[in-house]
Design a protein around this ligand. Structure first.
Ligand code: ZN
Length: 203
């Protein structure tokens, strides 16, 4: 495509690098930004830069956070004896939306996938063990493995369960209602909420 301006072309190229956005959509968005007030584009650019430079990972659960400790870990209202282990931040959001879970989380940052070359050492497993050893001042009694019931998810749950065994904890897994092979974030809130409440012992 021939662009009337190199500046527009650069903007279109950058926007079209986002997932799901082709050149045509990128051009439409860029032209839309040009039509809006300059301050609005400025605000958009500022918020993206601030997000990119200042968002960090919670030092305890590795959820995304603005501070060293995320708002869930820092809350006195949460049950510190219960940790729900999830694959990524999107799962935390999905479970929080159900308003059924009052414990803490641990975000693995992925799941074990030999095909993609992701092994246990690439995930936040050592830091989970450290939490169970009380290094973060917690006294954990129960772990819920809320990992998608895919083949990689099952492999990850099996590996974790072996690692967690020596700690003599109650280990449960969410089950009912989450479709086999399905992704947690796509389960509806009621179904996901119920599957946390009716969790079953991991075998
Ligand atoms: Zn946290």
């Amino acid at each position: 495509m021939e662009y009337p301006s190199k500046l527009i072309e650069d903007a279109v190229n950058e926007v079209s690098k986002l997932p799901g956005i082709g050149k045509k959509t990128a051009l439409r968005l860029v032209l839309h930004l040009l039509k809006r007030d300059e301050d609005q584009t400025e605000l958009l650019a500022q918020s993206l830069t601030a997000m990119r430079t200042r968002v960090k990972y919670c030092r305890k659960c590795h959820n995304l956070s603005d501070h060293d400790l995320c708002s869930i870990c820092a809350s006195h209202k949460r049950d510190q004896s219960l940790i729900c282990v999830v694959e990524d931040t999107r799962d935390v959001l999905a479970i929080e939306n159900t308003a059924q879970f009052k414990g803490l989380y641990h975000v693995l940052g992925g799941i074990i996938s030999p095909v993609e070359g992701i092994g246990p050492s690439d995930l936040q497993i050592d830091s989970l063990i450290a939490r169970l050893q009380g290094q973060e001042g917690e006294q954990v009694r129960e772990i819920i493995l809320a990992i998608s019931p895919t083949m990689e998810g099952d492999t990850t749950a099996f590996y974790l369960q072996k690692k967690l065994k020596p700690f003599n904890l109650k280990i449960s897994t969410i089950a009912r209602g989450v479709p086999i092979g399905g992704d947690l974030e796509y389960a509806d809130e009621v179904t996901l909420g119920r599957s946390i409440l009716s969790r079953i012992a991991y075998e």
